[in-house]
Design a protein around this ligand. Structure first.
Ligand code: 3HC
Length: 318
């Protein structure tokens, strides 16, 4: 293809983005647009699947059948979110096997938040309230993303996330209305999960190598800092209802900005965790590799069954 032909395709593509049109798998797109989407959607999918592990730790320890059922439903939803997102990613020309290989080899990232341990039952509350709360803020914005399959996956995921956030918040509300020890457990959990939840939104915009281009392509509809601020503004009043103290002495409502001012995030901790040196990184990847290897027989059986069904259809057609 000549340079002029590519240039006119790029201009038509930019015009489509400007008109808020959805880009579909069979449409022409710049190679960088395709690669950026594979990068972000695959990391999102990996996050959903790895995110099942910290909560799975508490299924057998849930304090009641009702709590166990809600937790099971939530974790099952996360697996489904991973499948929608892997399927959306495959429309960009990468296979499920390649995606898993990238995760298992440590090449692919997933959200830093899932590399922290879930030490008490209150953490099931904080994960639902804060982690899924942060994910909702991010994913509601992504419903407007320019790539069709990603945008449509977000619509279904966001509906389920609101249940996730609400069941987490209700766990904490129950603890905060319980004994002093239960309230102390909830406060300890907030102390451990607050700052890692802010890190979920990524580095500051000024340090983000991807945000500017992702906003131009309408992959990102809001920047990392905008989403983080929206999360803080929404979550602080919820903590007040719980009667919990957010572990940030610099957190203060700024009437002029109409936002909360907040303290400095420990970016060294963030990058350490992103680079694989968090409390649970190795354990999480080992669990994923182990599940994948031990699940090979299930995949083989499903493929064999599908091939058998195909053979039967062919025999009937002859
Ligand atoms: N954890 C791990 N890596 C992170 C990160 C985080 N919290 N935040 C940023 N990074 C990485 C980026 O991947 C990028 O590395 P790469 O170029 O090698 O991929 C680098 O740090 C620089 O960050 P940028 O801000 O420039 O990168 P992005 O433009 O991709 O923005 C993001 C990061 C905001 C996380 C964006 O990728 C995004 O919105 N992703 C989709 C949402 C998502 O993945 N959420 C994760 C949680 S999913 C979840 O919580 C499920 C819920 O049901 C529990």
């Amino acid at each position: 293809m000549s340079e002029n032909e590519i240039k006119s395709l790029e201009e038509m593509f930019e015009a489509r983005i400007a008109r808020d049109e959805k880009i579909e798998p069979k449409d022409w797109m710049p190679e960088k647009y395709r690669k950026t989407h594979i990068r972000q959607i695959s990391q999102h999918a990996h996050s959903e699947i790895v995110g099942m592990l910290p909560e799975g730790n508490w299924i057998t320890r849930a304090p009641s059948l009702r709590r166990k059922v809600a937790l099971l439903a939530k974790i099952q939803d996360e697996g489904g979110h991973g499948l929608y997102l892997y399927s959306a990613c495959e429309t960009l020309g990468i296979s499920r096997d390649e995606l898993f290989e990238q995760l298992h080899s440590g090449e692919a990232k997933y959200s830093s938040i899932f590399n922290y341990p879930t030490l008490t039952w209150a953490d099931m509350g904080s994960v639902g309230w804060l982690v899924d709360g942060a994910a909702i803020i991010n994913q509601v914005a992504l419903m407007g993303t320019s790539y069709g399959p990603y945008s449509r996956a977000m619509v279904r995921i966001c509906k389920e996330e609101s249940f996730h956030q609400r069941q987490g918040y209700e766990i904490l509300l129950t603890l905060c209305n319980g004994t002093p020890e239960q309230k102390a457990m909830a406060q300890d959990s907030l102390n451990r999960w607050w700052w890692p939840s802010l890190m979920m939104f990524g580095p500051r915009d000024a340090e983000s190598p991807n945000t500017e281009q992702s906003v131009k392509w309408k992959l990102k509809r809001k920047t990392n800092d905008e989403l983080r601020q929206q999360f803080i503004d929404q979550t602080v009043p919820q903590a007040e209802i719980l009667g919990l103290t957010i572990p940030d002495p610099q957190l203060k409502w700024n009437e002029e900005r109409k936002h909360y001012d907040f303290g400095e995030i420990d970016w060294n901790e963030f990058w350490q965790v992103v680079k694989g040196h968090g409390p649970c990184n190795k354990q999480r990847i080992a669990a994923r590799v182990n599940a994948h290897e031990n699940g090979k027989w299930v995949r083989d059986a499903a493929m064999a069954y599908a091939e058998k069904q195909e053979e039967k259809k062919l025999e009937q057609a002859i």
